[in-house]
Design a protein around this ligand. Structure first.
Ligand code: GLV
Ligand code: MN
Ligand code: MN
Length: 420
């Protein structure tokens, strides 16, 4: 079956979403953090798109949105597609958003053309896939998988000390039953296909429009704090300093060389967020806190690298007379796609003579967390120059259309299957 997607509509919806931005016109990119005013407005916009095509809309107690296109047998477990609409700081306009808009466009095609589908198709918008506001990624999907009980949201804070729980309460989400609306178990959902931009250059370099994701790398986050002695930058000789910043610098460089030593595309490590106290040019830093983000598709390598850097932190702090602490705040497990769902994507590509490439996702996605209770697969479209988490993120219109048409065909097939 050949589905058609309207590229201009997809683009104009993505451009509209881009306007829900808390960063102001002087910044080239978009910043949209969970439960801020602009994010709440963006939610309303996406919900209005769902309602416009006759989908029903619901939200659970952690803010995940469920748009349902009812199937002819709504008792059957639904098929899911969707992604996220929150962003990193100074983001582009495709990461997450394309998966949501493409899924809604697919439902529009199915609905307007009365395409038979036994199972309901649900478009899910997961709360906060990015760790931007609360330092935790995949908040909504993590909660669905039972890895974030409501009580724990009281201990998750943003940089202003506001807890996730307080935000849920302020916005009225706590009025809903958390366990009943959020938690999922095996069998609740038949299959999930998330569409996303690749965020790497492989598809573009090969000139292939579709990626079929076979595995998703998982992150570990480590929160590190190095404490030294805050002193005068002019009058303190070099040999008596206990400089928290130079200790942190050694750790960061060591992390880079450790990750490189594996010589593997998917073994990566990053320090992207750092705060210095008191952060003054003529004061030796007394305290430096930073995050470490380690990824791999091989869990044992991720664990080994995490252990190595933690013991290096202890070692360097002892050598430099610093006090170091490290806490693993996230330790997710890599996942593999369901071969039967990937085969349905492949069949859809073949029927429409669309070239595809099987690949691994270096970025994580909500599919990683929900794979705990539902078989998952993902469709990638090319990212120009592999750029993502950057305002220059770009995917050709024709690729947005091809991806959406493959997603649509895949959802139709899945929604008519009795079993995988
Ligand atoms: C998600 O955006 C990630 O950091 O991989
Ligand atoms: Mn992202
Ligand atoms: Mn994303």
């Amino acid at each position: 079956m050949k589905c058609t997607a309207d590229g201009n509509r997809i683009l104009s919806e993505l451009e509209k979403l881009k306007t829900f931005d808390m960063s102001g016109p002087e910044q080239p990119g978009t910043t949209r953090m969970l439960f801020t005013d602009v994010e709440m407005e963006a939610r309303e916009y996406v919900k209005s798109l769902m309602l416009e095509i006759g989908m029903s809309v619901d939200e659970d107690a952690i803010g995940n949105i469920y748009g349902t296109l009812r199937g002819s047998d709504p008792e059957l477990a639904p098929v899911w597609s969707g992604s996220h609409i929150d962003t990193v700081i100074n983001a582009g306009m495709y990461d997450g958003m394309f998966g949501v808009i493409g899924a809604i466009e697919s439902c529009r095609y199915i609905s307007e053309n009365d395409i038979p589908h036994k199972r309901s198709i649900q478009v899910i918008i997961y709360s906060s896939e990015e760790p931007t506001r609360f330092g935790m990624g995949c908040v909504g999907s993590r909660a669905m998988a039972g890895e974030l009980p409501l009580e724990d949201t009281k201990n998750v804070f943003d940089d202003n000390g506001i807890s996730l729980y307080d935000e849920l309460e302020r916005l009225g989400f706590t009025k809903k039953d958390y366990d009943k609306t959020v938690l999922k178990k095996k069998g609740d959902v038949f299959a999930s296909v998330e569409m996303h931009i690749e965020q790497a250059p492989v598809l573009e370099q090969k000139g292939i429009p579709i990626g079929i994701v076979e595995g998703i790398c998982a992150p570990s986050y480590i929160q590190v704090c190095i404490e030294g002695e805050q002193k005068h930058a002019g009058s303190t000789p070099m040999n008596v300093r206990r400089d928290a910043m130079t200790g942190a610098a050694e750790i960061i460089l060591r992390l880079e060389s450790l990750a490189r030593s594996y010589g593997n595309t998917h073994t990566v490590a990053t320090v992207g967020k750092l705060s210095v106290f008191p952060n003054a040019s003529n004061v030796i830093p007394g305290k430096v806190s930073f995050t470490i983000d380690i990824r791999d598709v091989d869990e044992s390598v991720k664990t080994e690298l995490t252990e190595k850097i933690c013991s290096y932190i202890d070692c360097i702090c002892t050598m430099r007379g610093l006090i170091g602490s490290h806490e693993i705040t996230t330790d997710d497990i890599p996942c593999y796609s369901d071969p039967a769902i990937s085969a349905v994507i492949e069949e859809t590509c073949r029927e429409n003579n669309i070239p595809y490439n099987r690949m691994t996702s270096g970025a994580y996605h909500d599919s990683l967390l929900i794979s705990d209770f539902v078989p998952v697969a993902m469709i990638f479209v090319p990212s120009h120059n592999g750029i993502s988490h950057d305002p220059a993120e770009f995917t050709e219109l024709s690729d947005l259309v091809t991806g959406t048409e493959v997603l649509c065909g895949t959802l139709i097939k899945l929604s008519n299957l009795d079993s995988l």
